[in-house]
Design a binder for this molecule. Sequence first.
Ligand SMILES: [Zn+2]
Length: 475
Amino acid sequence: MMRAFLLIAVALAGTTPSLSAQPRQLSPQVRNFVSVDAPVVALTNVRVIDGTGAAPRENQVVVIEGDKIRAIGAAGRVTIPPGAQVMDLAGHTVIPGIIGLHDHMYYSSAAGGSMKMMLQSYPKLFLGSGITTVRTAGSTDSYQELNIRGAINRGQIVGPEMFVTGPYLQGGGPGPGAMHPVESPDDARRMVKYWSEEGVSWFKAYTQISRAALGAAIDEAHKHGVKVTAHLCSVGYREAVALGIDNLEHGLFANSEFYANKQPDACPTVGDSAIFASADVSNPNVQRTISEMVSKKVSLTSTLAVYETSTPSRVQKDQRVLDALMPEASAAVARWYDNAPNAKDANAREVLRKTMAFEVAFMRAGGLLAAGSDPCCLHVIAGYGDQRNFELLVEAGLSAAEAVQVMTLNGAKVLGVDNRIGSLVAGKQADIVVLRGNPAQSAADIRNVVTVFRQGIGYDASKLVAAVKGQIGIK
Ligand SMILES: [Zn+2]
């Protein structure tokens, strides 16, 4: 059996790009989390939400062979190969592996912690939460991320496929943490060239960057086949679109163009979020932003879960988060949860509603909307933040199938890998999340992850989650 299995792996390796080459040689540490590993696996009696936005389909069969989906369709119309390992998934739903586009590898806790890499815990928690691909959307240590990516690809450690970003492109002057203060267009080019050659596939520009430096960074990145996204403030959305940016993070509340007194290359003083509370979708400025993004094919990353930290009064306590955090961080977040119901955050709640409406309008206008968790802070940690995004996208007005599409196929399109991953169709890589229940009926069922297939190998979600208990840390 094992020999036949290796032959399949070798045959596939010869026909697929190296990026998707299957590391069937898994280390004992990775093997520890594997619950399904057979040459052919058939998932039967299962509900399928396929990632394309199509309505859920009941009573389906999914056949996995090696690292690929071999067949998918209604029971009785798909042949289950003899010798397949059959998993009866009555009462379960499968969705494509989630693609987290703003999924940092660092966390900064409420207990006064620094931005610290979570290299042991986050890869496990992402995968255990159903996230099979991440783009880090701003890195505090790109070499560590590149090395973790390599170790995952080689099967040495367990985790999602990674798209690594270079260090943040911040504006000039003293910068925070690991961000490089870009002083000039030449400085931007120098930095982008270096890290592109080191192997990053994205950059993220940050709040103080100048238009000239951003434009140079985009131009240099594109020369290297690398893309640029941004959390903007000094530069407006429409300005960045005109400069040729590929993707924008966060949405409405990160677009400083709505400030009436916005000065070029300057981030307006924060604190007046009322400006966004009045930014209705019908506002001509909002409409113009959407139409320019759509016509230039600039995608948007929804990060509703992290924005919810601004609206504590509506945040529900998630015991899973407190369990995952180190004791000191857990105690700090528990105190935050305790005070949350009393927060005076009516304005921020209105901004959240407007941000949701902006994202739905962007998608309805033909914009490519994807999602990420920004697992940086407080209760927003790897994986659970992505799941919360799904719930918030449904609250925003998307159908469950559309919200799954945002979190899977649309993310694959942003990354340019939608021919390989992002939806459940025959021939694609078998990145599949098995959920107990039906997220189309109850959005919270997105949290009930049972098994996560990545490249055709099934990982035990509860074992992955248990392994990070008390690990996500501080300082
Ligand atoms: Zn972020």
